[in-house]
Ligand binder design. Structure first.
Ligand code: IMP
Ligand code: MG
Length: 231
């Protein structure tokens, strides 16, 4: 069977390793990929996802569940900001996928700016020391600002961002997070829009990282505890 598959693949101009011939043919036959070259790229990507999936304790929200929730959030935000001067401030890097998927669902003439901050410094717990990785604060004077972040945990990050943006005198500030951890916070933050409430666990995927890994996982899951303790 394996030999037959690899022979068929070779005859069609396939140039990958023999071990991926059968999965690549299956991808073409299922019409997910239009050519064996395309299938080779998809099989490699699938392999990467399978490998990252092994580091998860469990999946919390798959892609369809995330997208369904974004449909609702976008509808609410679009309604609330109709005929207002909306500026979205994305908190990088964790909110990248969230922002890209949410904003494509909001049909308003909004402006987008980004802020880069860090407080985790490679650990799984916030240090409380929020460092702004850019010097200029976005010019949001007089505008209706919506801050978008991936997850609310201790509250240090969003509290610091909110205080910093308030110095520029925007017309209003609201906060929207994809995830909110159900826990006692070091700093209180008023949140206006929440995607999902979650338990106090370390999650990765869909933009969220641990030591800069797992951001490209297309869904959100809980990282295995022993990986958090490894150096
Ligand atoms: P806070 O300042 O503790 O509220 O944390 C906010 C930032 O820490 C988030 O924007 C994330 O970048 C990061 N963070 C907090 N919890 C997690 C997690 O479970 N996974 C990945 N990143 C997290
Ligand atoms: Mg973040």
């Amino acid at each position: 069977m394996v030999r037959a598959n690899s022979l068929r693949a070779r005859q069609s101009g396939y140039s990958g390793g023999l071990e991926t011939a059968a999965p690549c043919l299956a991808l073409v036959e299922s019409a997910r990929c239009e050519s064996l070259h395309h299938a080779l790229i998809c099989a490699a990507a699938d392999g990467l996802i399978v490998w990252m999936r092994g580091d998860l304790e469990r999946v919390l929200f798959d892609e369809p569940a995330i997208h369904r929730r974004l449909d609702d959030m976008a509808a609410q935000i679009s309604n609330d900001y109709r005929e207002r001067d909306l500026t979205v401030i994305a908190v990088l890097h964790g909110s990248l996928m969230f922002v890209a998927d949410l904003l494509r669902r909001i049909p308003l003439p909004l402006k987008l700016d980004c802020l880069r901050v860090a407080s985790y410094h490679g650990e799984a717990e916030s240090s409380g020391d929020v460092v702004f990785k850019q010097i200029t604060v976005p010019d949001v004077a007089g505008r209706d600002v919506l801050i978008l972040d991936d997850v609310l945990d201790s509250g240090h990050t969003l509290a610091a961002i909110r205080e910093t943006l308030e110095t520029v005198k925007p017309h209003s500030i609201r906060v929207c997070v994809l995830l909110s951890k159900n826990k006692q916070r070091a700093r209180d933050v008023d949140i206006d829009y929440v995607g999902f409430e979650i338990a106090d666990e370390f999650v990765v995927g869909y933009g969220l990282d641990f030591k800069e890994r797992y951001r490209n996982l297309p869904y959100i899951g809980v990282l295995r505890k022993e990986l958090l303790e490894e150096d």
